[in-house]
Write a protein that binds this ligand. Structure first.
Ligand SMILES: [Fe+2]
Length: 370
């Protein structure tokens, strides 16, 4: 990045997560936190839990679920849609006369985002699609508690929740101060049973957010500090022989949170738009799509590409190859459209004339490497 093109800015009036606890076994604090919200008249809570724990409940231990509470398992094989959020909110609303005292999201980025959107919609009314955009959520949602069970996306820290309107194809979050969690429980014990490859792909999301942010031109000193520390922590984790040791899992959980704080103040770069293309057109999950993209980013991020290849080799994690080898011209066109639409991050990385740099043939060449 040419220093002359740096746009050093401040930050408007940023909101962070109100409270968080961190540490091994901290999930046991959920009981006390929830009891402080329950009263004799308002006493029920909604648990939205990643479907993975339907079959593997051991890591969560015994959750403080009361007989009046609702426990709903959230599927994570597809990214959440506005239609799904609407039906979930309707289901929750009709089950009790009163609103719940808390919405607790337990899982990865998808489940945390579903919890944020559900909480907002329960108090604001209407349909999820009405809140896709910036600062459209007018009232605080139901008290939101986030408990991540995998580290990297930063969903626990951000003021958005990514949802797709299946009818219009618009993939956009409810960007709002009201979307930020009121309470987090960051318990590194919960990530011990994550499959190794998924742990790597998701952890890399935090690192990629921050290398993109630090390579961009829209910068501020707070975002830079969050990014630098996230990269330092990720580097320790993925250069270590034991990326899933207790110590590494603690570091990665902190990195994910700080990385989320970083992107809440700045923008990503070239990797996320290409990754979004892979997700929208080929249905690949965000974090693996990032890693596939990173393999083809030598031109834009030469040093970071080298470091990434070192992590891959060190951790011996297979990154899918050839995902674009059999595509038709119309699929390449769809990939181009789904990539180039990400104006803010691409401007951050390449300048306002990014469409000249990333023309159709260049975009296709990059996808053909994947
Ligand atoms: Fe990401």
């Amino acid at each position: 990045m040419n220093k002359d093109s740096l746009l050093i800015t401040g930050i408007g009036n940023s909101r962070n997560v109100s409270r968080y606890c961190f540490g091994k076994g901290s999930i046991t604090q959920l009981s006390e936190i929830l009891n402080s919200r329950r009263s004799s008249s308002e006493n029920w809570a909604v648990f939205l839990i990643d479907e993975y724990f339907d079959r593997h409940s051991e890591p969560l231990g015994v959750l403080p679920v009361e007989s009046t509470d609702r426990v709903i398992h959230i599927r994570t094989d597809v990214e959440p849609s506005t239609q799904f959020i609407d039906s979930l909110v309707c289901d929750i609303s009709v089950s009790h006369k009163m609103l719940p005292v808390a919405v607790i999201g337990i899982g990865g980025g998808i489940t945390l985002d579903v919890a944020k959107a559900t909480s907002n919609l329960l108090t604001n009314g209407g349909r999820a699609e009405e809140y896709q955009g910036w600062d459209l959520v007018k009232r605080p949602g139901i008290y939101k508690i986030g408990i991540p069970t995998i580290s990297g996306t930063g969903a626990e820290a951000t003021r958005t929740c990514v949802i797709t309107n299946e009818k219009t194809g618009v993939k956009l979050g409810m960007n709002s101060d009201h979307t930020v969690f009121d309470q987090l429980i960051l318990d590194p014990d919960l990530t011990a049973s994550v499959p190794r490859n998924q742990y790597f792909f998701t952890g890399m999301d935090a690192w990629i957010h921050c290398v993109e942010a630090l390579s961009g031109s829209y910068r501020n000193p707070v975002g830079d500090a969050f990014s630098a520390q996230t990269i330092t922590l990720c580097r320790k984790v993925f250069s270590d022989n034991e990326m899933m040791s207790e110590e590494s899992r603690e570091k990665l959980m902190v990195a994910s949170y700080l990385g989320g704080c970083a992107i809440a103040t700045t923008y990503v770069g070239v990797v996320h738009p290409f990754s979004a293309g892979l997700s929208v057109v080929l249905g690949l999950h965000h974090c693996v799509a990032n890693c596939i993209t990173m393999m083809a980013m030598e031109l834009y991020y030469p040093d970071e590409h080298r470091e990434f290849m070192g992590f891959v080799e060190n951790q011996d994690v297979p990154i899918p190859e050839g995902v674009c080898s059999q595509l038709s011209d119309s699929q390449f066109e769809a990939l181009y459209q789904a990539t180039i639409i990400h104006e803010k991050p691409l401007t951050n990385a390449l300048g306002e004339q990014y469409r000249d740099v990333l023309d159709r043939s260049r975009v296709r060449q990059i996808f053909e490497k994947m």
